[in-house]
Design a binder for this molecule. Structure first.
Ligand SMILES: Nc1ncnc2c1ncn2[C@@H]1O[C@H](COP(=O)(O)OP(=O)(O)OP(=O)(O)O)[C@@H](O)[C@H]1O
Ligand SMILES: [Mg+2]
Length: 284
């Protein structure tokens, strides 16, 4: 199926009948028959059990992997087109689990300059981007520090600034908080929401269901295919299905369900702590 120019740009990322098999990866494909559009400016959480294909999906968007079959189109560019692969990687930046693996320099600001330098940008443009990216992640004051002296959450914010310096349209986070303490986790997820409010498309792969609640859309992958897709309140109201896909419910929803079992008439679809607290208070 061909898409019009407008449709393509409505969806900043679009996959169609996407299949990906790892070499020596056995008979089953890591991604199989995945057709999904990610709307420009949206915030999508991608969840699914271990091995369901989340990281593979992320790497296919960023052209680190190329489809075995089907297509991935990012910002109008087919990721298989060699002449635009660097533009695809610039448009779709990735943030990985381990911040230490993403930092390359011994001084924070040099780390941010690394990407723009590789783009061959003029010096003053590089300086401008380094400053604005560090400010966007609230790490400007730490610009002359050594990254290894920072906390995990701060390091991850530096990694995010490095991506922002490339002026991406989409930032794909692959379990960015898995190695962080609760404070670092909050810093990174709050930042993802903030970037989304500024218009950047966010794709957040996570094992933390509380983080998925921050998105405006949740996609569940199972065996490399799309098994559920909808707003968080709708997705997490289907407790049985969620469990079937090897996932837990966010605590606020779990608690709501337990209270209903005990006879309290808590409305379904509450995904927010405060809303739940108010609903409980009405019974006291
Ligand atoms: N380099 C590889 N070579 C062969 N098979 C791979 C490779 N990387 C991943 N796979 C397989 O592809 C499937 C999807 O893996 P992927 O890493 O995308 O899943 P995931 O959802 O990110 O899992 P996790 O939650 O553990 O991060 C799994 O069956 C996995 O074993
Ligand atoms: Mg993964």
């Amino acid at each position: 199926m061909r898409h019009s120019f407008n449709q393509r740009f409505h969806n900043i990322v679009e996959t169609e009948d996407l299949v990906f098999r790892y070499e020596g990866g056995g008979p089953s494909a890591a991604i199989f028959g995945l057709s999904v559009g990610i709307e420009k400016g949206s915030f999508t959480a991608v969840i699914g059990r271990n091995g369901s294909g989340k990281s593979t999906f992320a790497r296919l968007i960023n052209a680190l992997l190329l489809p075995s079959d089907g297509t991935v189109v990012v910002g109008g560019y087919d990721t298989r087109d060699e002449s635009t692969v660097w533009e695809v990687r610039r448009l779709a930046g990735m943030v990985f689990q381990n911040p230490d693996n993403q930092l390359v320099s011994s001084v924070v600001k040099d780390d941010i300059a690394f990407g723009p330098e590789n783009l061959g940008l003029p010096r003053d443009e590089i300086v401008k981007r380094v400053d604005s990216s560090l400010k966007a992640v609230d790490m400007y004051e730490h610009r002359n520090m050594a990254p290894h002296l920072l906390s995990g959450g701060q390091k991850q914010r530096i990694a995010i600034a490095g991506v922002l310096a490339m002026e991406p349209e989409v930032v794909i986070f692959d379990e960015p908080t898995a190695m962080l303490d609760p404070k670092g986790r909050k810093e990174v997820i709050d930042l993802a929401s903030e970037l989304n409010e500024k218009g950047i498309t966010i794709i957040l792969i996570t094992h933390f269901m509380e983080e998925a609640l921050r998105a405006d859309r949740v996609i569940i992958l199972g065996n490399g295919a799309l098994v559920m897709d909808g707003p968080p309140s709708e997705i997490f109201s289907k407790a049985e299905e969620i469990r079937k896909f090897g996932l837990k419910l966010p605590f606020v929803i779990e608690l709501g369900e337990e209270l209903r079992k005990r006879g309290l008439d808590i409305p379904r679809g509450i995904v927010d702590d405060e809303e739940l607290a108010e609903a409980i208070c009405r019974f006291l």
